[in-house]
Design a protein around this ligand. Sequence first.
Ligand code: ATP
Ligand code: MG
Ligand code: MG
Length: 555
Amino acid sequence: EQSSASNFLQQIISDDLAAGRNEGRVQTRFPPEPNGYLHIGHAKSICVNFGLAEQFGGQCNLRFDDTNPEKEEQEYIDAIQEDVRWLGFQWSGEVRYASSYFEQFYQWALHLIREGDAYVCDLSPEQASEYRGWATKPGKESPYRQRSVEENLALFEKMRAGEFAEGACVLRAKIDMASPNMNLRDPILYRIRKESHHQTGDAWCIYPSYDFAHGQEDAIEGVTHSICTLEFQDHRPLYDWFLEHLPVPNRPRQYEFARLNLNYTVTSKRKLKRLVDEGVVAGWDDPRMPTISGMRRRGYTPAALRKFCDMIGTNRSDGVVDMGMLEFALREDLNDTAARAMCVLRPLKVVITNMGVDAVEMVSAPVHPNNGEMGARSIPFTAELYIDEEDFTEDTSLSRKKFKRLVLGDYVRLRSAYVIRADEVVRDETGVILEVRASLVPGTVGENPPEEIRPRGVIHWVSATEGKPARVRLYDRLFNHEAPDRGDQDFMEHLNPHSLEVIENCWVEPSVASAAPETRFQFEREGYFCIDRYESSPDALVINRTIGLKDTWDR
Ligand code: ATP
Ligand code: MG
Ligand code: MG
């Protein structure tokens, strides 16, 4: 089958297949907790889990690890499914919920009690943590550890029946209070939480811990390779302990890889939630957020995210990936796939004096310079045009090399259209330039001008009468610090005050106005942009800048 293993997980799976383990099955899962939107780190986990299943002809489940009712919401469940699909993956069968196994977990807890492997403990959280000790100090056994099986069964049933207050007691595994691995010092299996659950309603008032649930979920679903991030490495002995002490139908194995950390941002749902809750961004899918839905809205493509996840590799050593790599993957993909168009961000009117006032002349340009299959677009050229105010100067002393744009008295080419000359500037009474009057050089569409005319460069333009106005949002990085959450300061101190600039009266080619939401463009000389998914309409265009053409971030 698969011989090309480029990372350790691929190697493990191909060895397992070669040795005939798991009856030749490969089954992974992506197990988000529905307590927030997915971020770029989750994209990595999705690519790893779904990618391995794809590569080895296996299956990947989407499972909501919903054992914490208070922080979970249906909105997150919906958003997570949408994100996984958008990235281009399909889970096997129905979506799974850890909560649908609650009855089974309860039965397994009873099993542990009957075997003398679990007990109800009444220590307060403070006492319990004191008893637990710390890494170099063995813990002390709880005074409740010696309760009889009958007493434990009766107490645990009462816990389930809601007869105790929250925090009154917990169910713990009886393992080893002296273990050097803190996770094995009689970990908690169940807590009392008098909280409605988004899936099970009020059926339960006790909820399993992550550790008591995760491996058993994997076992129930027939997961063969349970892949998680390195912080769970110390939980693996516990993961295995449960599987060894319970009559589970399958024996999954846990493997860990390094989390993806990206500089100039934060990847923690808790911190991202703060940005949303404190109104720093417009929502989880604000185009500045490192969430999958935010990046989508910004104009990222699934291919760019998958390519990035591939480029950074999958390994076992923690590191920080440069945001520049993500942006590189994005530019590469957009350069190949985005339609070209023209947009004037800061309009300056140019009036062509040697052309009919009402004339509309169509000029043609390729949708993509290197991909003829994307076809051609036709662009209306009219006597009233807009160019960018930064593309014009009256300063005739600027050399041709320094200023390759339009200078009073000199020539420039309008992209895909005529060579023009700026003849005169019209101002209002306060001196502000109202328009530049110019003349076109006849016969220069797609043709060189006569030899004595040397245009300084090529600039973009949009017809002032046939083009459409647009609101353009220029997004930049949300943080101006390389490691916003790794210093002494609160990460909120490192917000980039210039992460959003809204420009109201930009002008775009008519073809842009009729494009579907989420269509991505390269606006010539300006960068990559996309039509906002939600807020744009053909008569009130809202366009997001995805990223500039070049990496100009000042490090
Ligand atoms: P957060 O700290 O942002 O809440 P989490 O790990 O608690 O993240 P989960 O919903 O439990 O979020 O994550 C689902 C899966 O995604 C887990 O298997 C987790 O290991 C993985 N994952 C989360 N963050 C990253 C990351 N930065 N890099 C790689 N995988 C990640
Ligand atoms: Mg988690
Ligand atoms: Mg978390």
